[in-house]
Design a protein around this ligand. Structure first.
Ligand code: TYD
Ligand code: MG
Length: 457
């Protein structure tokens, strides 16, 4: 199929039967583009492109041939889920995350499965071939169709891509690559954008699926994945707590699927393993009989996930009390504290307040409000929330509890994990499901919820 496609150089016009990084006639880099060659074929296949050198013609929707989306599995179900059901051929996926979180491990690990059906080229600008071999041994990655290259010069990489002809390309990391035509150093915004654009072009024109690693850095000295988000098809962030081995992969952008799914992994001695039961993982090591903690159930895509919210309220000696929130929107946490003060009669304004979500999870669903309020109230009155209780519900400014969606799925997960009680908004009552051994406590507002769970104030 590729052999019949014609290419030409946009600089000197020289025609070549194969795509190349460098024009064999004038020596210019990255100027070879595909030519819609034979007019008869061209008009049929791509009506928008009448002549190679002329501007593209706008065409009617009905003129465009139906394009089939070709998906393939990466071998990791959690990654496939976040990608929206596998990777799409010819797409460009950016995997971002802090250094050391496990991005290289993830990509090298999936090479093992990918190279059974496709030719894979793994380009590393960070590690030598020896280091890559060591990592591959550790991850037990083998395969005749896996090619490794340790290189940072974009032109040389393009040349190797042309020679090797991979179906899948991995680039580790975008911040180490440079194009010699640009003056700026590797990692600068210009270089990072320029190299990504070249790779994007490659993905779209050659149908190569490209995975790019981008380090997220706090000081901003190196251009991070944020500056590339608008260019690529898919942005995945690999997150986790440096102190535990669990890692969460989430999609921040996906042109081929939803962005609300998460993938959960555990970093082990021989690479990343998939976590089948994230709720169990997130609830591991929960303190017993301690005040200031409450479990909730949030929807991560189509999956209900149980998470623990912890809060600590302590008298403050500062004129303006401290408030911090980790894994829970700060402004929402402050709003819930104000509601608890005004509607629940707890004087939090004179106290420092700290909130934390266990396991590195970020809760951005209002259904987690009620558990946050109960964790705060439990710490304030220093009485524990019962260990077998889960709270679900959105809290409004008047302290009322609003109905939540997908209550049935949430309750089924709560029941599956053996919890005995669940506080839910009364407003959901019309469609309240029943589970044996699970007591539903229906409440109208946070006052009723606090009294039902913690007793009289
Ligand atoms: P790495 O994939 O190099 O991170 P990144 O590419 O995001 O910078 O992973 C680095 C960490 O993972 C390192 O601290 C070692 C640990 N690790 C394991 O625990 N098990 C393994 O099998 C591998 C390959 C790495
Ligand atoms: Mg790495």
């Amino acid at each position: 199929m590729k052999a019949r496609t014609l290419f030409y150089c946009t600089q000197c016009g020289n025609e070549t039967p194969k795509w190349a990084g460098k024009c064999p006639a004038c020596g210019a880099w990255n100027t070879i583009v595909e030519q819609p060659a034979a007019k008869s074929r061209g008009s049929q296949n791509s009506p928008g492109r009448s002549r190679s050198a002329g501007p593209a013609r706008a065409c009617q929707l009905s003129e465009i041939d139906r394009v089939e989306e070709i998906r393939f599995s990466t071998g990791l179900r959690e990654l496939d889920r976040v990608l929206g059901g596998g990777a799409v051929k010819g797409s460009l996926v950016l995997v971002g995350g802090a250094p050391g979180i496990g991005k290289s491990t993830l990509l090298l690990q999936i090479c093992s499965v990918l190279c059974t059906a496709s030719k894979v080229l793994y380009v590393s600008g960070e590690e030598s071939l020896g280091q890559l071999k060591l990592r591959a041994q550790r991850l037990q990655v083998t395969g005749e169709s896996l090619y490794l290259l340790s290189e940072t010069n974009m032109e040389d990489i393009l040349e190797t891509i042309y020679e090797t002809g991979p179906d899948i390309l991995m680039v580790d990391s975008i911040q180490t690559l440079y194009q010699s035509s640009l003056d700026s150093p590797p990692g600068s915004i210009g270089q990072v954008k320029g190299c990504t654009l070249t790779l994007m072009d490659l993905a779209k024109r050659q149908g190569i699926t490209v995975f790019i690693i981008g380090h997220v850095n706090k000081d901003g000295a190196i251009a991070g994945p944020k500056v590339l988000e608008h260019m690529v098809d898919c942005v995945l962030y690999f997150e986790g707590d440096a102190h535990n081995s669990y890692r969460i992969l989430r999609a921040a952008k996906n042109r081929f699927g939803a962005t609300n799914e998460i993938g959960v992994f555990e970093m082990q001695n021989r690479g990343l393993s998939e976590v089948e039961n994230p709720s169990k993982m997130l609830l591991e090591g929960r303190p017993e009989g301690a005040s200031g903690t409450c479990v909730t159930c949030v929807m991560e895509g189509v999956r209900p996930v149980l998470a623990e919210i912890q809060a600590l309220i302590a008298p403050s000696s500062a004129s303006s009390p401290r408030r911090t929130s980790n894994g829970f929107d700060f402004n929402r946490a402050v709003m819930l504290m104000a509601v608890l003060e005004k509607r629940g009669g707890m004087r939090l304004s004179g106290c420092d307040a700290f909130m934390n979500i266990i396991g590195g999870l970020t809760l951005d669903e209002p259904a987690a409000d009620l558990a946050a309020v109960l964790a705060l109230a439990s710490s304030y009155v220093d009485r524990p929330v019962p260990g077998d209780l889960v709270a679900i519900g959105e809290v409004g400014l008047t302290g009322e509890l609003r109905a939540v969606n997908h209550l049935e799925q949430r309750l089924s997960e709560v029941h599956r994990l053996g919890f005995g009680k669940c506080v839910v908004p009364k407003r959901n009552s019309g469609k309240m499901p029943h589970y044996d051994g699970l007591d539903l406590i229906q409440v109208n507002n946070i006052g009723e919820a606090v009294r039902a769970v913690l007793g009289k104030a």
